[in-house]
Design a protein around this ligand. Sequence first.
Ligand SMILES: [Zn+2]
Length: 113
Amino acid sequence: MGRYDAQERWKVKNPDKDREYRRKTQLNCRVKVLEQYGNCCKRCTFADPRALELDHINGGGHSERKRIGNMGVYRRALKFPNEYQLLCANCNRIKKAERNETRSKVVGKRMGG
Ligand SMILES: [Zn+2]
């Protein structure tokens, strides 16, 4: 328990370092996931990692992420490769529209005025 206290104190004193550490850990995990899923979009083979998103094949990725967090999703994705796929932001958006996962109607609505 004492060690946890020290860790918490360190986090309070070094919020930037803590954030940086978490960012790095998350990034490493993300790199692993991207590698496992072929480093490109499954639909259009777009390969810029900045726009690649891990997609839960059967949907519900959003609530899952809310429940177990980004890292939790990455860990699951490494463990259960059949449940996820890699999509670029465009394809992910399109897939969601096809499945009516988006709340607002995408068709016929102009984005950003
Ligand atoms: Zn794509």
